[in-house]
Each structure stands twice: as structure tokens, then as C-alpha cells.
Design a protein around this ligand. Structure first.
Ligand SMILES: Cc1cc2nc3c(=O)[nH]c(=O)nc-3n(C[C@H](O)[C@H](O)[C@H](O)COP(=O)(O)OP(=O)(O)OC[C@H]3O[C@@H](n4cnc5c(N)ncnc54)[C@H](O)[C@@H]3O)c2cc1C
Length: 234
């Protein structure tokens, strides 16, 4: 999928609805007419603009979901992981709030292939949902997603030919690669040329690139992006 050549710009978002879609993920729907008027590619993102204690601007990136051009709204889905300005905003936001965002950004996409593998942690769920929605009908797609337990799973809108393998941490630390590596090792790869998207903790996705090579996928057929950085000792 070719990305439109739209340069990121600043947009004012106004919150119109807030709701939980799992035990740890909150969907915030915003009115964003200057964004929904643009040609947005699936799974692009925006940087929400916050300020640090010294008043300096800091940004946190969230995937654009469920664009409704007629209503001029889109949704952002944030993990309530308990630390940082992004998670705090999702934990406390209510309708009527406003926030600035910079976007659209991002290049995650499905390349031409006979089948797709999407693997990552809960930060990747919004992007995976968007990619599953645009995947060609009937083309095999396997998603391996690590979350803490069943109550943290979200509806990814899987269609015929799309399988989801939920991998449960059961209280283990977030951001490791071992559980997803075992899940990837265990998939029955469909025939033909596969394409892989790896999104999640930065070091973990690099490790997982090595794992997908073991199931016969060439590095040129892997898109990987670190979505967050684990803090040592947390
Ligand atoms: C292109 C792109 C799209 C993204 N889309 C989404 C999205 O749609 N929804 C979403 O929730 N996230 C998404 N992310 C990830 C999100 O930007 C990061 O998780 C970001 O660090 C959150 O900022 P924060 O202020 O909550 O925490 P930070 O201030 O960045 O970090 C504070 C602490 O929290 C820890 N932490 C940060 N993120 C996580 C996490 N996901 N799980 C556990 N611990 C964490 C850090 O290790 C650190 O110790 C995306 C990232 C990118 C690059």
C-alpha cells in the first residue's frame, strides 16, 4: 500500500466519547475535522502533545482507528499501563477535553504477499486491527498478540482466513520476547511468500526478527517498529 505524501501538521482534537474496550485499553473518540479531511493510510498515527514538568513539549504516538469522515471523528486506543503522560491522559480524559496532535505519521503497511503474520504486544493492537481490516479478503493472516490475560484481549474484527493466537503473560513482566517467540515458532506457516509485521517493545521486536527467519521468512519481508521502550528494573 503506497503511503500518501501528506506532511504531518498540527491538529486540535476534542474528545467526544471515552470507553473501555478491555481491562487495560481505553478508546477515546475525538472530533478531528482537520485530520479526517486528509487522505489517511490505515494504521497511521498521531503524536499527542503533552508538556513535561519544565513546560517542554513531549509527544506520545497513538494509532489512528475507526476514521468516520462524515462525523469527522476518529478513535485512539491507549493502554492504561500506569506510567507516563500518555497512559495518564487515557486514564483521566473525559468528553469535552481538548488536546493537540501532530500527524498523520507512520509507514506500517501490508506488503504484497501470499500470507501475513502480525506479531506484537498490546501497544500493537490498534495497528493490527486496522491492518486486519484492509487485508485482502481470503488471504491467510495470523496474528500473535501478547496480553496479560483473557480480560485484556480486544475484538480485532477477524474475518474468514484470519486467525488470532492470544499469548498470555499471566503477570510476567511486559516487554520480553520469549512468549511471542514461542508462539511464532509454533505457527503452521501457510504456503507461499509470507510478510511479517512486528510491533511492540523496541528490543523485543529486534529479537523476534531473528525468530521469524527460523520459519523461513526473509528479512526483506519483515516490517518492524519499536512502539515503546522498556525501562530496566520496572
Ligand atoms: C507509531 C506508533 C504507534 C503507537 N500506537 C499506540 C496505540 O495505538 N496505543 C498505545 O497504547 N500505544 C501505542 N504506541 C506506543 C506508545 O506510544 C508508547 O507506549 C508510549 O511510550 C506511551 O507513552 P507513556 O507516556 O504512556 O509512557 P512513557 O512516558 O513513554 O513511559 C513511562 C514508563 O512506562 C513504560 N511503558 C511505556 N509504554 C508501555 C507499554 N505499552 N506497556 C508497558 N509499559 C510501557 C516505559 O517503559 C516507562 O517505564 C505507539 C507507538 C508508536 C511508535
Amino acid at each position: 500500500v503506497d503511503q500518501p505524501a501528506i506532511r504531518p501538521s498540527r491538529h486540535r482534537l476534542r474528545v467526544v466519547a471515552v470507553g473501555d474496550i478491555s481491562a487495560s485499553m481505553r478508546r477515546v473518540t475525538v472530533s478531528a475535522p482537520t485530520l479526517t479531511d486528509l487522505e489517511l493510510a490505515p494504521a497511521q498515527d498521531v503524536g499527542l502533545v503533552f508538556a513535561d514538568p519544565a513546560g517542554r513539549e513531549i509527544r506520545r504516538r497513538y494509532t489512528i482507528r475507526l476514521v468516520d469522515r462524515r462525523a469527522q471523528t476518529l478513535s485512539l486506543e491507549g493502554i492504561l499501563h500506569g506510567h507516563g503522560p500518555g497512559a495518564a491522559w487515557f486514564a483521566n480524559v473525559s468528553p469535552g477535553a481538548e488536546i493537540e496532535a501532530i500527524g498523520p505519521r507512520g509507514k506500517v503497511a501490508l506488503s504484497e504477499a501470499n500470507w501475513h503474520l502480525l506479531a506484537g504486544d498490546e501497544s500493537a493492537l490498534p495497528a493490527f486491527a486496522e491492518l486486519m481490516c484492509i487485508a485482502p479478503p481470503g488471504r491467510p493472516l495470523i496474528a500473535c498478540v501478547e496480553v496479560d490475560g483473557p480480560e485484556h484481549e480486544v475484538d480485532l474484527g477477524a474475518r474468514a482466513g484470519q486467525q488470532i493466537h492470544w499469548v498470555h503473560r499471566n503477570g510476567a513482566d511486559r516487554g520480553g520476547s520469549a512468549l511471542l517467540a514461542a508462539a511464532i515458532d509454533g505457527i503452521a506457516a501457510p504456503t507461499g511468500r509470507g510478510h511479517v509485521v512486528l510491533l511492540g517493545e523496541s528490543r523485543s521486536v529486534v529479537t523476534l526478527r531473528g525468530v521469524v527467519s527460523r520459519i523461513g521468512i526473509d528479512g526483506s519481508q519483515v516490517f518492524l517498529k519499536g512502539y515503546w521502550n522498556r525501562t530496566p528494573g520496572r
